[in-house]
Design a protein around this ligand. Structure first.
Ligand SMILES: NC(=O)c1ccc[n+]([C@@H]2O[C@H](COP(=O)([O-])OP(=O)(O)OC[C@H]3O[C@@H](n4cnc5c(N)ncnc54)[C@H](OP(=O)(O)O)[C@@H]3O)[C@@H](O)[C@H]2O)c1
Length: 264
Protein backbone atom coordinates (compact mmCIF):
# COMPACT_ATOMS: atom_id res chain seq x y z
CA UNK A 1 0.00 0.00 0.00
CA UNK A 2 1.72 3.20 -1.10
CA UNK A 3 1.29 6.77 0.14
CA UNK A 4 1.47 10.30 -1.24
CA UNK A 5 3.72 12.36 1.05
CA UNK A 6 2.97 16.09 0.94
CA UNK A 7 5.08 18.66 2.76
CA UNK A 8 3.33 21.89 3.73
CA UNK A 9 -0.07 20.19 3.61
CA UNK A 10 -1.68 22.35 6.30
CA UNK A 11 -2.76 25.14 3.91
CA UNK A 12 -2.78 26.52 0.38
CA UNK A 13 -1.35 24.51 -2.51
CA UNK A 14 -0.22 21.63 -0.27
CA UNK A 15 -3.72 21.28 1.20
CA UNK A 16 -5.17 21.35 -2.33
CA UNK A 17 -2.74 18.55 -3.32
CA UNK A 18 -3.93 16.54 -0.31
CA UNK A 19 -7.58 17.05 -1.28
CA UNK A 20 -6.95 16.17 -4.93
CA UNK A 21 -4.93 13.01 -4.20
CA UNK A 22 -7.48 11.98 -1.55
CA UNK A 23 -10.32 12.37 -4.07
CA UNK A 24 -8.38 9.98 -6.35
CA UNK A 25 -8.29 7.38 -3.54
CA UNK A 26 -4.64 7.78 -2.47
CA UNK A 27 -3.41 7.29 1.09
CA UNK A 28 -1.61 10.33 2.45
CA UNK A 29 1.21 11.40 4.73
CA UNK A 30 0.77 15.08 5.62
CA UNK A 31 3.75 17.03 6.98
CA UNK A 32 3.91 20.59 8.36
CA UNK A 33 4.35 22.42 11.70
CA UNK A 34 0.63 23.04 12.44
CA UNK A 35 -0.46 19.77 14.02
CA UNK A 36 -4.04 20.89 14.69
CA UNK A 37 -4.62 21.84 11.05
CA UNK A 38 -3.02 18.61 9.82
CA UNK A 39 -5.14 16.47 12.17
CA UNK A 40 -8.36 18.24 11.15
CA UNK A 41 -7.54 17.71 7.46
CA UNK A 42 -6.57 14.07 8.06
CA UNK A 43 -9.87 13.37 9.85
CA UNK A 44 -11.88 15.07 7.12
CA UNK A 45 -10.13 13.42 4.16
CA UNK A 46 -9.82 10.00 5.81
CA UNK A 47 -13.55 9.99 6.60
CA UNK A 48 -14.76 11.36 3.26
CA UNK A 49 -12.61 9.22 0.98
CA UNK A 50 -12.08 6.10 3.10
CA UNK A 51 -8.29 6.37 2.87
CA UNK A 52 -5.47 6.12 5.41
CA UNK A 53 -4.10 9.56 6.32
CA UNK A 54 -1.06 9.95 8.60
CA UNK A 55 0.31 13.21 9.93
CA UNK A 56 3.80 14.16 11.00
CA UNK A 57 4.55 17.48 12.68
CA UNK A 58 7.94 18.78 11.63
CA UNK A 59 9.72 22.08 11.08
CA UNK A 60 11.32 21.39 7.71
CA UNK A 61 13.61 24.41 7.92
CA UNK A 62 15.80 22.43 10.31
CA UNK A 63 18.74 20.78 8.54
CA UNK A 64 18.04 17.27 9.93
CA UNK A 65 14.27 17.40 9.34
CA UNK A 66 14.22 15.29 6.16
CA UNK A 67 15.86 12.40 7.99
CA UNK A 68 13.17 12.67 10.69
CA UNK A 69 10.38 12.44 8.09
CA UNK A 70 12.14 9.48 6.45
CA UNK A 71 12.62 7.71 9.81
CA UNK A 72 8.93 8.23 10.65
CA UNK A 73 7.89 6.58 7.36
CA UNK A 74 10.26 3.65 7.93
CA UNK A 75 9.13 3.20 11.55
CA UNK A 76 5.48 3.17 10.47
CA UNK A 77 6.25 0.99 7.44
CA UNK A 78 4.81 3.55 5.00
CA UNK A 79 5.97 3.21 1.38
CA UNK A 80 6.08 6.59 -0.36
CA UNK A 81 5.01 6.30 -4.03
CA UNK A 82 4.57 10.03 -4.60
CA UNK A 83 6.56 12.81 -2.97
CA UNK A 84 5.25 16.38 -3.16
CA UNK A 85 7.93 18.81 -1.98
CA UNK A 86 5.67 21.80 -1.44
CA UNK A 87 6.42 23.46 1.93
CA UNK A 88 7.60 27.02 1.62
CA UNK A 89 7.21 30.61 2.74
CA UNK A 90 7.43 34.03 1.14
CA UNK A 91 9.67 37.04 1.55
CA UNK A 92 9.23 40.71 0.93
CA UNK A 93 12.14 43.04 1.42
CA UNK A 94 15.55 44.19 0.32
CA UNK A 95 18.06 41.34 0.64
CA UNK A 96 20.17 43.01 3.33
CA UNK A 97 17.18 44.30 5.30
CA UNK A 98 15.96 40.79 6.14
CA UNK A 99 17.53 38.72 8.93
CA UNK A 100 20.24 36.30 7.81
CA UNK A 101 18.42 33.61 9.79
CA UNK A 102 15.37 34.03 7.53
CA UNK A 103 17.45 33.55 4.39
CA UNK A 104 19.06 30.48 5.95
CA UNK A 105 15.69 28.95 6.86
CA UNK A 106 14.40 29.57 3.36
CA UNK A 107 17.39 27.93 1.68
CA UNK A 108 17.14 24.92 3.99
CA UNK A 109 13.36 24.57 3.58
CA UNK A 110 13.08 25.22 -0.17
CA UNK A 111 16.31 23.52 -1.24
CA UNK A 112 18.24 21.40 1.28
CA UNK A 113 15.21 19.59 2.71
CA UNK A 114 13.76 19.09 -0.78
CA UNK A 115 17.04 17.58 -2.01
CA UNK A 116 17.37 15.39 1.06
CA UNK A 117 13.78 14.08 0.92
CA UNK A 118 14.25 13.29 -2.78
CA UNK A 119 17.56 11.51 -2.10
CA UNK A 120 16.15 9.55 0.83
CA UNK A 121 12.95 8.33 -0.87
CA UNK A 122 14.47 7.71 -4.32
CA UNK A 123 16.14 4.31 -3.70
CA UNK A 124 12.85 2.65 -2.70
CA UNK A 125 11.10 4.21 -5.73
CA UNK A 126 13.90 2.90 -7.97
CA UNK A 127 13.60 -0.55 -6.44
CA UNK A 128 9.90 -0.54 -7.34
CA UNK A 129 10.56 1.05 -10.79
CA UNK A 130 7.83 3.53 -9.98
CA UNK A 131 7.44 6.90 -8.32
CA UNK A 132 6.37 10.50 -8.80
CA UNK A 133 8.24 13.51 -7.42
CA UNK A 134 6.55 16.91 -7.65
CA UNK A 135 8.65 19.89 -6.61
CA UNK A 136 7.19 23.35 -6.02
CA UNK A 137 9.05 25.94 -8.03
CA UNK A 138 7.42 29.17 -9.24
CA UNK A 139 7.15 31.58 -12.18
CA UNK A 140 9.89 33.53 -10.40
CA UNK A 141 12.30 30.66 -11.19
CA UNK A 142 12.79 32.09 -14.68
CA UNK A 143 14.33 35.42 -13.72
CA UNK A 144 15.73 37.44 -10.84
CA UNK A 145 13.13 39.26 -8.71
CA UNK A 146 14.23 42.39 -6.83
CA UNK A 147 13.08 42.33 -3.18
CA UNK A 148 12.53 38.57 -3.47
CA UNK A 149 16.14 37.66 -4.21
CA UNK A 150 16.57 34.54 -2.10
CA UNK A 151 13.02 33.34 -2.78
CA UNK A 152 13.49 33.60 -6.57
CA UNK A 153 16.92 31.97 -6.35
CA UNK A 154 15.61 29.01 -4.33
CA UNK A 155 12.82 28.47 -6.88
CA UNK A 156 15.32 28.58 -9.78
CA UNK A 157 17.32 25.94 -7.89
CA UNK A 158 14.19 23.74 -7.62
CA UNK A 159 13.49 23.98 -11.36
CA UNK A 160 17.08 23.25 -12.41
CA UNK A 161 17.45 20.42 -9.90
CA UNK A 162 14.15 18.82 -10.97
CA UNK A 163 14.92 18.99 -14.70
CA UNK A 164 18.41 17.59 -14.15
CA UNK A 165 17.42 14.53 -12.11
CA UNK A 166 14.41 13.94 -14.36
CA UNK A 167 16.83 13.27 -17.23
CA UNK A 168 18.99 11.04 -15.03
CA UNK A 169 15.90 9.01 -14.12
CA UNK A 170 14.24 8.86 -17.54
CA UNK A 171 14.44 5.04 -17.84
CA UNK A 172 13.73 4.30 -14.18
CA UNK A 173 9.92 4.56 -14.08
CA UNK A 174 10.24 7.63 -11.86
CA UNK A 175 8.71 10.91 -13.04
CA UNK A 176 10.11 14.19 -11.73
CA UNK A 177 8.09 17.33 -12.28
CA UNK A 178 8.51 20.99 -11.30
CA UNK A 179 5.35 23.02 -10.78
CA UNK A 180 5.85 26.74 -11.50
CA UNK A 181 2.67 28.54 -10.42
CA UNK A 182 2.02 32.23 -10.76
CA UNK A 183 0.29 34.15 -7.99
CA UNK A 184 -2.05 31.75 -6.22
CA UNK A 185 -4.58 32.77 -3.57
CA UNK A 186 -3.15 31.14 -0.41
CA UNK A 187 -2.11 32.13 3.10
CA UNK A 188 1.41 32.89 1.88
CA UNK A 189 0.41 36.49 1.13
CA UNK A 190 -1.23 37.37 4.43
CA UNK A 191 1.75 35.77 6.21
CA UNK A 192 4.11 37.93 4.11
CA UNK A 193 2.03 41.09 4.28
CA UNK A 194 1.83 41.36 0.48
CA UNK A 195 -1.31 42.19 -1.44
CA UNK A 196 -0.95 39.97 -4.55
CA UNK A 197 -3.40 42.15 -6.49
CA UNK A 198 -0.94 45.06 -6.16
CA UNK A 199 1.42 43.30 -8.56
CA UNK A 200 -0.89 43.52 -11.63
CA UNK A 201 -0.29 39.80 -12.27
CA UNK A 202 -3.27 37.40 -12.45
CA UNK A 203 -4.18 35.70 -9.15
CA UNK A 204 -6.05 32.37 -9.07
CA UNK A 205 -7.15 29.68 -6.60
CA UNK A 206 -4.91 26.68 -5.78
CA UNK A 207 -7.23 23.85 -6.89
CA UNK A 208 -6.90 24.31 -10.70
CA UNK A 209 -3.14 24.75 -10.26
CA UNK A 210 -2.93 21.37 -8.56
CA UNK A 211 -5.21 19.63 -11.08
CA UNK A 212 -3.20 21.03 -14.01
CA UNK A 213 0.03 19.91 -12.31
CA UNK A 214 -1.14 16.30 -12.03
CA UNK A 215 -2.38 16.46 -15.64
CA UNK A 216 1.01 17.75 -16.84
CA UNK A 217 2.82 15.09 -14.82
CA UNK A 218 0.64 12.41 -16.42
CA UNK A 219 1.52 13.85 -19.85
CA UNK A 220 5.15 13.33 -18.82
CA UNK A 221 6.02 17.04 -18.88
CA UNK A 222 9.12 18.19 -17.01
CA UNK A 223 7.54 21.38 -15.67
CA UNK A 224 4.43 23.49 -16.09
CA UNK A 225 3.46 27.13 -15.74
CA UNK A 226 -0.31 27.08 -15.08
CA UNK A 227 -2.43 29.89 -16.55
CA UNK A 228 -2.48 31.44 -20.02
CA UNK A 229 -1.12 34.87 -19.06
CA UNK A 230 1.61 33.35 -16.91
CA UNK A 231 2.67 31.15 -19.85
CA UNK A 232 2.81 34.16 -22.20
CA UNK A 233 4.82 36.22 -19.72
CA UNK A 234 7.29 33.45 -18.95
CA UNK A 235 7.79 32.01 -22.42
CA UNK A 236 7.51 35.39 -24.19
CA UNK A 237 9.87 36.89 -21.66
CA UNK A 238 12.56 34.40 -22.60
CA UNK A 239 12.93 36.21 -25.94
CA UNK A 240 13.87 39.43 -24.16
CA UNK A 241 17.29 40.24 -22.64
CA UNK A 242 17.45 39.21 -18.95
CA UNK A 243 18.16 42.82 -17.93
CA UNK A 244 14.87 43.94 -19.52
CA UNK A 245 12.97 41.19 -17.66
CA UNK A 246 14.56 42.32 -14.40
CA UNK A 247 13.34 45.88 -14.96
CA UNK A 248 9.89 44.56 -15.89
CA UNK A 249 9.82 42.52 -12.67
CA UNK A 250 10.52 45.71 -10.77
CA UNK A 251 7.69 47.56 -12.54
CA UNK A 252 5.22 44.70 -12.11
CA UNK A 253 5.86 44.55 -8.40
CA UNK A 254 5.02 48.30 -8.32
CA UNK A 255 7.46 48.74 -5.48
CA UNK A 256 7.76 52.16 -3.99
CA UNK A 257 10.08 51.20 -1.18
CA UNK A 258 11.74 48.16 0.28
CA UNK A 259 9.83 46.46 3.07
CA UNK A 260 11.14 44.29 5.86
CA UNK A 261 8.37 41.78 6.28
CA UNK A 262 8.61 38.04 5.94
CA UNK A 263 5.96 35.36 6.32
CA UNK A 264 7.38 32.95 8.90
N1 LIG B 1 0.90 31.14 -3.49
C1 LIG B 1 1.64 31.47 -4.55
O1 LIG B 1 1.39 32.49 -5.23
C2 LIG B 1 2.79 30.60 -4.96
C3 LIG B 1 3.33 30.78 -6.25
C4 LIG B 1 4.39 29.99 -6.64
C5 LIG B 1 4.91 29.04 -5.79
N2 LIG B 1 4.38 28.88 -4.54
C6 LIG B 1 4.97 27.86 -3.66
O2 LIG B 1 3.96 26.96 -3.27
C7 LIG B 1 4.32 26.37 -2.03
C8 LIG B 1 3.14 26.40 -1.09
O3 LIG B 1 2.85 27.75 -0.75
P1 LIG B 1 1.37 28.29 -0.51
O4 LIG B 1 1.18 29.42 -1.43
O5 LIG B 1 0.43 27.18 -0.50
O6 LIG B 1 1.55 28.93 0.94
P2 LIG B 1 0.83 28.65 2.35
O7 LIG B 1 -0.64 28.60 2.19
O8 LIG B 1 1.43 29.62 3.29
O9 LIG B 1 1.33 27.17 2.69
C9 LIG B 1 2.68 26.92 3.03
C10 LIG B 1 2.77 25.52 3.62
O10 LIG B 1 4.15 25.27 3.92
C11 LIG B 1 4.25 24.92 5.30
N3 LIG B 1 5.50 25.39 5.88
C12 LIG B 1 5.99 26.65 5.88
N4 LIG B 1 7.13 26.69 6.58
C13 LIG B 1 7.36 25.42 7.02
C14 LIG B 1 8.38 24.84 7.82
N5 LIG B 1 9.40 25.55 8.31
N6 LIG B 1 8.30 23.51 8.09
C15 LIG B 1 7.26 22.77 7.62
N7 LIG B 1 6.27 23.27 6.85
C16 LIG B 1 6.33 24.59 6.58
C17 LIG B 1 3.04 25.57 5.98
O11 LIG B 1 2.65 24.83 7.12
P3 LIG B 1 2.96 25.23 8.65
O12 LIG B 1 2.94 26.72 8.75
O13 LIG B 1 1.84 24.53 9.37
O14 LIG B 1 4.28 24.63 8.93
C18 LIG B 1 1.97 25.41 4.90
O15 LIG B 1 1.38 24.15 4.98
C19 LIG B 1 5.56 27.12 -1.54
O16 LIG B 1 6.72 26.38 -1.84
C20 LIG B 1 5.52 28.40 -2.35
O17 LIG B 1 6.80 28.96 -2.51
C21 LIG B 1 3.33 29.64 -4.11
Amino acid sequence: MSYVLITGASSGIGKAFAEEYASRGNNLILVARSGTKLDALATELGGTHNIDVRTFIQDLSLPDSAEKVFDFCNRENLAVGTLVNNAGFGLDGAFDSLPLETHEKMVVLHNLTLVKLTWLFLPEMKRRNQGDIINLSSVVAFQGIPYNAVYAATKAFVLTFSESIREELQHSGIRVFALCPGLTETEIFEKTGINPHRTLMPVGPPEPVVRSAIESLNKNKSYSVPGFINKILIHGGRLLPRTVMLKLGMVLSRREKSMIKHSE
